[in-house]
Write a protein that binds this ligand. Structure first.
Ligand code: PBG
Length: 323
């Protein structure tokens, strides 16, 4: 035998030399859940190790993460029902606790990159990402609301906006509003290929943001579809997105690779709540080694072509690297 691939696997040093994919703490954006008040902290039942924090505790968490080398955060607010309405009005109230928190995080940690979520669901009494009328999600009327929300987030100091709503034309609409108001440097990471997925379940528990009626299939993509992701990618690119995101990650590695091969924009992948929960739950049962399963999953997302990974494992990963 002239060729023996095992020679390149014979020791740790050689294996590391030929390693094709390497994860770094710099690859990550860490999603954080924010609640109103102070000294408030509650664990998300379906996401062991992940907490909803009030701003004071979130600032501590961010400080710890910065020391570990995690520099980017995607902050999601959990609003009580009393603050929700049909039009998600609270989302662009300049005094709302979410926007206050963004201002405070940027004031305390100017080096941190803060990403925000642009979608109506945490503020909507219907629990949908868009405006609901007679059981239908209205696209263009939703854009008006998203535009106000995006502008309020940019004014609060967000570095990257993440439109996660899947309305048509939202990236272009938001880009135009940002530019007209002097926010030319605020980036857009578009949820380009966001699928109607069962893997968002624990996130909706965390924010109490499940749709009150129906599902999200008229705006989020059908898991059966692959080429359709190219249509979304083409539109988001023309409309001015700075990053294209695929979500979820693990069941859509093929879509990550597809966008990577067809676009020159950086590709992000969202390793979602359900993907986190599965590994944690199996680990708790002793059915697999959760740390190895985590590392292997994260590696697969990067290998598929993602240069940015949004993951609830970000901090745990950084702790492993540090030790
Ligand atoms: C809301 C939004 C969702 C997630 C991020 N932004 C949920 C949804 O679309 O229902 C899911 C994140 C996760 O599951 O970790 N627009």
């Amino acid at each position: 035998m002239n060729r023996r691939p095992r020679r390149n696997r014979k020791s740790q040093v050689i294996r590391e030399m030929v390693e094709e994919t390497r994860l770094s703490t710099k690859d990550f954006i860490f999603p954080l859940f924010l609640i109103e008040g102070s000294r408030q902290r509650s664990e998300v039942a379906s996401m062991p190790g992940i907490y909803r924090n009030s701003l004071d505790l979130m600032l501590k968490e961010i400080e710890e993460c910065l020391h570990l080398g995690i520099k980017a955060f995607d902050i999601f607010p959990a609003y009580p029902d009393s603050k929700k309405d049909k039009f998600a009005t609270e989302s662009y109230n300049p005094d709302t606790f979410y926007l206050e928190a963004i201002r405070e995080v940027k004031a305390r940690f100017p080096e941190a990159v803060v990403m925000t979520d642009v979608a109506m669901d945490p503020y909507s009494s219907d629990g949908h990402d868009g405006l609901v009328e007679n059981g239908k999600i209205l696209n263009d009327e939703t854009l008006e609301i998203l535009g106000k929300m995006a502008l309020a987030q940019a004014e609060a100091g967000a570095d990257i906006l993440g439109p996660s709503d899947m309305m048509d034309g939202r990236v272009g609409h938001i880009r135009q509003i940002l530019d007209r108001n002097g926010f030319k440097d605020v980036s857009i990471m578009s949820y380009t290929a966001k699928y109607a997925s069962a893997f968002y379940g624990p996130f909706r528990d965390a924010l109490d943001s499940a749709p009150k009626m129906g599902d999200k299939k008229t705006y989020q993509m059908d898991p059966a579809n692959y080429k359709e992701a190219l249509i979304e990618a083409e539109l988001d690119t023309l409309e001015g997105a700075d990053f294209l995101m695929v979500k979820p990650a693990l069941a859509y590695l093929d879509v990550i690779r597809l966008l990577k091969d067809h676009s020159n924009l950086p590709i992000a992948a969202y390793n979602v709540s359900g993907e986190y929960a599965m590994i944690k739950a199996a680990g708790e049962k002793g059915w697999l080694d959760p740390q190895r399963a985590m590392l292997e999953s994260l590696l697969s997302i990067k290998r598929a072509g993602a240069s940015v990974i949004l993951s609830y494992f970000a901090k745990e990963f950084a702790e492993i690297v540090k030790n």
